[in-house]
Design a protein around this ligand. Structure first.
Ligand SMILES: [Zn+2]
Ligand SMILES: [Zn+2]
Length: 299
């Protein structure tokens, strides 16, 4: 297949309407985890090159979201979930099936998979081991040193890096604060700003306050100069009632808020952080809660 024919898969499409809903009902746990009948991993094809996955809350209450984005030359999986065991959490077979499904429609030789992370916390990297050793797959360790080095993010955190999937290129934005190793990814094909645990509808735990505020400034500045359709994090902890979150370890969230947030809500998080200042505590806002963990947790 010629390069131009391959690239035709990625011809410009109708621009996304900013803030349109993802149009999906997420699995959200059940009264009894033992009797849960949902899939272990929910798969949502947002478009023919973009998949959002959610881990079942009955397997781990964190129920993180993962993102699989297909480019012309390779795909990237962002995060690997909260559970190591393939028996409980069949990430490898799910990804194999999705890669096969995409390749059946878009045949290519030597198609690769890169596994990267929004940050290094256990509930985002636990499934790495299932993908290590997979053919044509690079699993990049989530530590700050290794992840930043791979992406070519430097000590100048305001400098963006680019992750080239072939035609589809992601911008990588350094984002420490929640976690030292955090990275936000921007995908111009969907307009998604993938913020990991830095910004999502839930409890935003901040370990390094000055770094977090600088990251929010960076993300808002980015969103003001790039078309962002959705701000997508990795968890949902807010209910649909403003200012009310589900307690930690909740395994049934029938009234959870939507995953997607708007650029306006991203600005709200930044405004809130500046308003709070460097004072440890729990600060409740309608669409999120900021938990400033204090200097003891700086590391
Ligand atoms: Zn985290
Ligand atoms: Zn998390």
């Amino acid at each position: 297949m010629s390069p131009s024919a391959e690239s035709a898969d990625f011809r410009p499409r109708v621009p996304q309407i900013p803030g349109r809903p993802l149009d999906v009902a997420w699995i959200h746990g059940s009264v009894s985890s033992k009797h849960n009948t949902d899939p272990d991993i929910q798969v949502h094809w947002y478009d023919e090159h973009s998949v959002i996955l959610r881990q079942n809350m009955a397997i781990d209450y964190e129920a993180p979201f993962l993102y699989l984005l297909f480019g012309d030359a390779r795909a990237v999986l962002l995060d690997t979930g909260a559970t190591q065991s393939a028996g409980f959490f069949p990430l490898r077979t799910t990804i194999d099936d999705l890669m096969d499904e995409w390749l059946a429609l878009h045949p290519r030789d030597d198609y690769e998979l890169e596994v990267l992370h929004t940050h290094s916390h256990d509930d985002h990297v636990a499934g790495d081991g299932q993908l290590v050793g997979r053919p044509a797959t690079t699993v990049v360790p989530a530590s700050r040193a290794e992840a930043y080095d791979y992406l070519q993010l430097t000590a100048d955190l305001d400098q963006l890096a680019r992750l080239d999937l072939g035609v589809r290129v992601l911008d990588c934005i350094a984002g420490p604060g929640h976690d030292d190793a955090a990275v936000t990814f921007y995908d111009s094909l969907t307009g998604w700003l993938l913020t990991g645990d830095t910004v999502y509808p839930g409890r935003l735990y901040v370990r390094d306050w000055p770094a977090y505020v600088a990251t929010l400034d960076r993300l808002v500045a980015f969103a003001e100069t790039h078309p962002v359709s959705q701000v997508l994090g990795c968890h949902i902890e807010m209910t649909t009632t403003p200012g009310v979150d589900y307690p930690v370890r909740t395994v049934y969230q029938p009234d959870e808020a939507p995953l997607e947030m708007s650029v306006e809500q991203l600005r709200d998080v930044r405004r809130a952080a500046h308003e709070i200042g460097d004072r440890p505590g729990r600060y409740v806002y309608p669409d999120f809660v900021i938990q400033h963990l204090g200097t003891d947790s700086y590391g």
